[in-house]
Ligand binder design. Structure first.
Ligand SMILES: Nc1ncnc2c1ncn2[C@@H]1O[C@H](COP(=O)(O)OP(=O)(O)O)[C@@H](O)[C@H]1O
Ligand SMILES: [Mg+2]
Length: 230
């Protein structure tokens, strides 16, 4: 369980201070599928970066099963992220000179003998192990980044507009893989979007408006990637 209490975050100071997160509190249950929905500039990426420990809040607490990550040193925070969290962004951030297989293995920073080939299979790229990112479509590249994020078996997967650079067909396909892996592996999904349609895939929707949570609701029925509008 993630417990977020009274998070505030500003950029700049004095007359140019921009208050981006204004007293955010929420809880997220293990295994939930959460979509954070809000207009561009509402603070979604900042919220994701802060609760995942990529950035520091100015005040407030963020507890993972009672452990407050705002109290960790930079080194401890890096280890916390490595051990617990996977990230997927709109850009794929793949290493162009490495094969799919190497991107997943190195990007995931695997220490043990994780079965990374199985996860590459699971995103439908079992026949692309030796391909380079430049030889793949955008949707395939994003599926490589999904495999990279999941190869180390994270407890929580954070996604910031993962289909923002994709066309409808490949965007649906990427969301479909993510949904099925969530059902199979049981990690928590926390996904940002500005697209109301994508929110229909969530179990829990958190609406963000000008740096505040204005609404939290549960969908009665979660739609699949092929049932939503686009
Ligand atoms: N690193 C940064 N430095 C300064 N301002 C930032 C930074 N990141 C975001 N902001 C500002 O914070 C506000 C919210 O941005 P962001 O969290 O990216 O919103 P969203 O993801 O909902 O579009 C915007 O006004 C943006 O300009
Ligand atoms: Mg954003």
């Amino acid at each position: 369980m993630i417990t977020v209490e009274n998070i505030n975050k500003s950029y700049g100071s004095g007359a140019s201070e921009n208050k981006v997160l204004k007293g955010i509190s929420t809880t997220i249950s293990d295994g939930d599928y959460v979509v954070i929905l809000g207009a561009s500039g509402s603070g979604k990426s900042t919220f994701l970066n802060v609760i995942s420990g990529l950035e520091r809040a100015d005040s407030g607490s963020i507890k993972y099963d009672g452990r407050d990550i705002t109290k960790l040193s930079d080194k401890e925070l890096t280890k916390f992220r490595k051990d617990n969290i996977g990230f997927i962004f709109q850009q794929y951030y793949l290493l162009p000179n490495m094969t799919v297989e190497k991107n997943v293995r190195m990007g995931a920073d695997l220490s043990g003998n994780s079965d990374y080939k199985e996860i590459i299979e699971a995103v439908g790229l079992g026949d692309k192990l030796k391909s380079f990112p430049g030889e793949l479509s955008g949707g395939e590249q994003q599926r490589v980044s999904v495999a990279r994020a999941l190869a180390k078996g994270p407890k929580i997967l954070f996604l910031d507009e993962p289909t923002g650079a994709l066309d409808e067909a490949t965007g649906r396909q990427v969301l479909d893989y993510i949904g099925r892996l969530h059902d199979k592996l049981g990690f928590t999904v926390i996904m940002i979007t500005h697209n109301q349609n994508i929110a229909e895939m969530a179990k829990t929707v958190i609406r963000l408006n000008s740096g505040k949570i204005t609404e939290v609701y549960q969908n009665q029925k979660q739609k699949t990637a092929y049932e939503i509008g686009w």
